[in-house]
Design a binder for this molecule. Structure first.
Ligand code: UDX
Ligand code: UDX
Length: 434
């Protein structure tokens, strides 16, 4: 089939490359000419394991194209996906749908023949109805179906999640659209990926409910970690003890500095707003948003306490800046709130990250960025492990102690074992392990 992907970001680019790998002919359209130019030169603007090979192979086999021109690619397409950003609006946390609506209007002007238009970006319940209304107003004679097909891609595992999904959710309002979407995803049926065909609004809500539930699960174990610190229990063993109940499950029970990323923070805020709008407030998710925001800055207090109650005039080394490993994405990363709070408390900050420095500089220009983890800790008064990149899982503790001015190690991801670190002469602080 001929597919057009509007938006070549973390979601649109991965989805486009994977659809091309299924054998479809895919054109990714993006308004950012620089991004399109780099993609046409074979450069990948984001860090996502395996993406470079997928893009190169499918460009080589002429199944994947990049352009800023929407008109022609939409006219020829059987299916047009909208995967533009739906960031949180300043202030009220509602999803900014201006890019989605702009894309819908432009698509309406250029579609020819029956076309299925799919929202893949995470959009509030009812957005599909609005997209359809916008398109029919722009072109009363238009022959389209509007479908919801939310993505469940984790950054750093996006290709794996796309090709071996736990489920595919397709929100359709007519049979023609259902058949077309069946064709789009046919290659996945061989993996027996369960496909849920449902209504458009249900599909839109499934996405928010899924992310909000995962964010709730993380926030729950983070609060258990605080209780463990007071009661002398071990949160990793609590997580194991509850996770073996298959009604709970072992995933997403790692205590840490709070969740970040482009999805959980945005989607929880947007769901809270939608719920208020429909007079069905989600008070649990409201608490998750508040608790998570508060947690990130409270992690800075943990560092201050580990440094004896003040970081004024001290140098703190941050290892790991991205919101999670195996990505370069800094969106709402806990490191940002932690760095702000420590700077406000008078500390000088150094930072290292295997992939995120270029993105980090944009949001934290005043940090002193270092080439290696060891260079980062040299002469520092404490080292804080913020993001659990593999590169930080087996640091040479003898060398670390020699390089640090003061041997303080704050491990916000419980990567190390307290006994081993303390044996090397460190003051060791972790999250929820008694
Ligand atoms: C986005 C949403 O943020 C997320 O909620 C949804 O689940 C999937 O789409 P992401 O791909 O991370 O996720 O967004 P982003 O990285 O911001 O990429 C959006 C891309 O669309 C950018 O490359 C931007 O240049 C492009 N874009 C934006 C357009 O092509 N047209 C527009 O009008 C606006
Ligand atoms: C998430 C969802 O997992 C994915 O299904 C959806 O499509 C997009 O949003 P992503 O945001 O890429 O994916 O990252 P994820 O791996 O879910 O982690 C989100 C945040 O939660 C990260 O900041 C991570 O550090 C944190 N996290 C995750 C924890 O603190 N503890 C955990 O156990 C798991």
């Amino acid at each position: 089939m001929r597919i057009t992907m509007i938006g070549a970001g973390y979601v649109g680019l991965v989805s486009g490359a994977c659809f091309a790998d299924f054998g479809h002919i895919v054109t990714c359209v993006d308004t950012d000419p620089g991004k399109v130019e780099r993609l046409n030169a074979g450069a990948i603007p984001i860090f996502e394991p395996g993406l470079e090979e997928h893009v190169a192979r499918n460009r080589e086999e002429e199944r994947l194209f990049f352009t800023t021109e929407l008109a022609d690619s939409v006219a020829e397409a059987d299916v047009v996906f909208i995967a533009v950003g739906t960031p949180s609006r300043r202030g009220d946390g509602r999803a900014d749908l201006s890019y989605v609506y702009a894309a819908a209007e432009e698509i309406a002007r250029h579609v020819s023949g029956y076309t299925v238009v799919v929202t893949k970006s995470t959009v509030p319940v009812g957005t599909g109805d609005a997209v359809e209304r916008i398109m029919r107003e722009a072109r009363p004679d238009i022959d389209v179906s509007v479908v919801s097909n939310p993505e469940f891609l984790r950054e750093g595992a996006a290709i794996e999640d796309f090709k071996r999904p736990d489920r595919i959710v397709i929100g359709v309002e007519d049979e023609r659209a259902r058949e077309v979407m069946g064709e789009v995803y046919r290659p996945l049926f061989v993996n027996q990926a369960p496909v849920i065909y449902t209504g458009r609004r249900t599909a839109e809500l499934i996405k928010y409910a899924s992310n909000a539930f995962l964010a709730t699960k993380i926030t729950f174990i983070n609060e258990m970690a605080d209780l463990c610190e007071r009661t002398g229990a071990n949160v990793q063993e609590v997580a194991r003890g509850i996770g073996l109940d298959n009604r709970i499950g072992t995933k997403f029970l790692h205590a840490g500095p709070g969740f970040g990323g482009s999805c959980f923070p945005k989607d929880t805020r947007a769901l809270v707003e939608t719920a208020r709008e429909y007079d069905a407030p989600c008070r649990i998710v409201e608490s998750v948003v508040a608790v998570n925001e508060d947690r990130k800055t409270r992690m800075a207090q943990k560092v201050v306490k580990a440094c004896g109650g003040s970081v004024a005039g001290k140098t703190i080394a941050l290892l790991g800046l991205t919101f999670k490993p195996n990505t370069d994405d800094m969106r709402e990363s806990p490191s940002i709130a932690i760095a702000e709070a420590l700077t406000a408390a008078g500390a000088t900050l150094r930072g290292h990250d295997p992939e995120g420095v270029e993105q980090a500089r944009r949001v934290m220009p005043d940090l002193d960025y270092c080439e290696t983890a060891y260079q980062c800790v040299e002469g520092a008064d404490a080292v804080v492990l913020v993001t659990e990149w593999d590169a930080y899982r087996a640091l040479d503790l003898v060398r670390l102690k020699e390089l640090l001015r003061v041997p303080v190690f704050v491990d916000l991801r419980n990567v190390y074992r307290r006994a081993e670190v303390e044996r090397h002469g460190f003051t060791y602080v972790d999250v929820g392990r008694g």
